[in-house]
Design a protein around this ligand. Structure first.
Ligand SMILES: Nc1ncnc2c1ncn2[C@@H]1O[C@H](COP(=O)(O)OP(=O)(O)O)[C@@H](O)[C@H]1O
Ligand SMILES: [Mg+2]
Length: 219
């Protein structure tokens, strides 16, 4: 059994896109895959299709129903804000301990591979001073870091790597996911990052077949 936590340098970088592709690749290899996107903000209950939860359910080959939505994404907030702000707008607080306990329970009973998509980037606040990084540390599973290829991504990525390293989070790999309209080359971005890390780096071009990422998931 193995768990992979998909995080990123920020929101809209490609966590869901990469997660969905990876789920499909693993399933095509005959692996049994489960997925969680435990915390989602910017969720419109009137339009669940197109949400991260729906994209992941589709990759899993599951329908989007009230039950499957509850199972894959128990904590959903309407405002397209960081989880702490989105929860505050609903007069509540993200129950961090419950989120961690839920993930641990799913990790404990997963049959083969469990993929957990985080929320926003590595240092997004969840509740109070608790961030995605604390969540990752609590789960003690490897992270897959999705980054973009926009001008500025090198500093964002190295900062995220430093944050992960500072808390001893193992890195399964880095995915450089091509940013729409980026002026910086994908290969150049990957080569620059390779000077700073020994983690595997994979490039994902925009709107093109996703190269095989399945071997980044180790048992
Ligand atoms: N490599 C790519 N090719 C085409 N579209 C992409 C790619 N990566 C991301 N996208 C699109 O960009 C948007 C943001 O990506 P998403 O995976 O939802 O980001 P995140 O989960 O990190 O917030 C989505 O509409 C997604 O389909
Ligand atoms: Mg997402």
């Amino acid at each position: 059994m193995s768990t992979l936590f998909v995080t990123a340098t920020g929101t809209d970088i490609g966590k869901t896109y990469v997660s969905a592709a990876l789920i499909r690749q693993l399933r095509a290899r005959g692996r049994s895959v489960e997925a969680l996107k435990p915390v989602l903000s910017g969720y419109d209950p009137a339009a669940p299709a197109g949400s991260d939860a729906a994209v992941l359910l589709d990759a899993l080959g599951e329908p989007v129903t009230a039950e499957t939505l509850d199972a894959i994404t128990p904590w959903r907030y309407r405002a397209p804000l960081s989880p702490d702000m989105a929860a505050a707008q609903e007069g509540t607080t993200l129950p961090y301990e419950a989120v961690v306990a839920h993930c641990r329970a799913r990790m404990a009973r997963a049959r083969d591979i469990l993929l957990i998509e985080g929320v926003g980037g590595v240092m997004v606040p969840l509740a109070g001073r608790l961030t995605v990084l604390d969540w990752l540390v609590a789960l003690q599973c490897p992270a897959l870091l999705v980054t973009g290829s926009y001008l500025g991504t090198l500093s964002h990525t190295l900062t995220a790597l430093l944050a992960l390293e500072s808390r001893g989070v193992p890195l399964a790999g880095i995915i450089v996911n091509e940013t729409a309209g980026a002026t910086v080359g994908l290969a150049e971005t990957a080569a620059a990052l390779a000077r700073f890390t020994t983690a595997p780096i994979r490039i994902v071009p925009r709107a093109a077949p996703v190269p095989d990422l399945a071997e980044l998931v180790t048992d």
